[in-house]
Design a protein around this ligand. Structure first.
Ligand code: SF4
Length: 432
């Protein structure tokens, strides 16, 4: 059997001391997963016991002092980590920071690097593109990902970041619906957050139905990482899955499009449980698209990203985008240079059918929208600066992406350490 079809069906969670006696039936429920979600190093140590050395917990604790995201990880994900080598495990890398692996931030990084707040006409609604808006009904998630682009807002406060507050609030949502209704050009709404998994079923349905009944709205996308981190919810939270199904069916009846957007980042995240959950959605005619985040040591090699694309296709999650990591602080060890994405794209294209091949893009910092990684106006590999334009989103403006300092040679690193040199490198890039 080709590797990408060999999905884990073993009772892999029984290797974790706290889950040693947990039956398959129990592990496959969202209630077990929610009840045992780990949110701090002490709980992690109680769950894993001696599976990880004392030094691992100390490393984690030290990293959290500088991390923009709080810890939140499901038993499912914890069980998929290879605890014989946690330092190099791709799932551990994405959810549990280690001080020994953190890098200094590039001086040009900033929170809300995509300027979502700047383009928000009402709280929790970003309207940047002519026909599309991003709606954030609430800001919590079933897990917290280190790479989150919305680290300025999502999850609990950390020592580094006091988060924006946007609670699930019907009055605020009505403000957003009224704005959307009064923008005849708007056709497409992304319902994100936070994670749509954390919407109550009746709220998920209310939002979907309310938006679908606006004459101008043609397309809805529910964003959730849930399929990757807690597929059990699709299998056991019938009220939630049925609410989603009802919105999709209403969309179909109104000849409108409702899909789920998710992100898987590594082939190890896709198991037999994922496949079962995806099959439920497939049987109900619910389409899923995947947006992968490119991360150093997680998926930045051709074999891993190709395997991921094939595995996603196998379970009917359409590989749609591979994103460059956004330029947010605190996770510099995860960013890759633009050249890595360009290199990977060449390997992936041709590995499977064209419609199943993701576009490799970066979300242009400062609000330029998605740009193809092969389309910079200029790219100086020595300074690591690439320059993009976005004529349909912000005509006449240039957008800069900066490769991580660690990927540059010694000369360039020294120049980035000097403020006047920084300005000179940026001016040279902008002026071509
Ligand atoms: S699930 Fe999405 S919104 Fe939530 S922390 Fe992860 S990346 Fe951020």
């Amino acid at each position: 059997m080709p590797d990408h079809r060999a999905l884990r069906r073993d009772e892999f969670w029984r290797g974790i001391p706290a889950y040693e006696k947990v039956s398959e039936e129990e592990f496959r429920t969202h209630t077990f997963q929610n009840r045992h979600t780990v949110t701090n190093p002490r709980q992690l140590q109680e769950t894993l016991g001696a599976l990880a050395p004392e030094s691992f917990y100390e490393d984690l604790q030290a990293a959290l002092a500088n991390a923009p995201m709080a810890v939140r990880i499901s038993p499912y994900l914890l069980s998929l980590i290879d605890w014989s080598d946690p330092l190099h495990d791709p799932i551990r890398t994405q959810f549990l920071p280690l001080r020994s692996q953190q890098h200094h931030d590039h001086p040009m990084l900033q929170f809300d690097s995509l300027h979502e707040q700047e383009d928000a006409p009402v709280p929790g609604l970003t309207h940047r593109y002519r026909d599309k808006a991003l709606f954030l009904p609430q800001l919590s998630c079933p897990v917290y990902c280190r790479f989150c682009t919305r680290s300025y807002a999502v999850g609990n406060d950390t020592p580094e970041v006091e988060k924006l507050t946007l609670t699930a609030n019907l009055a605020r949502w009505e403000q957003a619906f009224a704005y959307i209704e009064n923008q005849p050009d708007l056709e497409d709404i992304v319902i994100s957050g936070g994670d749509s998994y954390n919407l109550k079923p009746d709220h998920l349905q209310l939002i979907g139905e309310r938006l679908l009944r606006l004459p101008n709205i043609r397309r809805l996308r529910y964003a959730t990482k849930g399929l990757c981190v807690l597929p059990q919810k699709i299998l056991s939270d019938h009220a939630w899955t049925d609410a989603l199904t009802r919105v999709v069916e209403l969309g179909r009846a109104l000849h409108k499009d409702v899909v789920v957007h998710t992100h898987f980042n590594h082939p190890n995240e896709i198991t037999g449980i994922t496949h079962d959950a995806m099959n439920v959605l497939t049987e109900r005619g619910i389409h899923v698209r995947c947006q992968t985040v490119l991360q150093r040591t997680v998926n930045d090699d051709p074999a891993t990203i190709t395997q991921l694309v094939r595995r996603l296709s196998y379970v009917n999650a359409h590989p749609y985008y591979v994103y460059m990591h956004d330029m947010v602080p605190g996770v510099e060890d995860l960013r890759t240079p633009l050249s890595t994405a360009q290199h990977l794209e060449k390997h992936v294209r041709g590995a499977t059918a064209g419609f199943n091949t993701p576009s490799f893009v970066l979300d242009a910092p400062g609000g330029g929208g998605k740009r193809d990684v092969h389309s910079p106006e200029r790219y100086d590999r020595a300074t690591g600066i690439s320059v993009f334009t976005s004529p349909s989103v912000k005509p006449g403006k240039q957008f800069l992406y900066f490769d991580p300092i660690a990927s540059l040679d010694d000369d360039a690193r020294e120049r980035w350490a000097i403020t006047a040199e920084r300005r000179a490198m940026i001016d040279a890039a902008l002026n071509g």
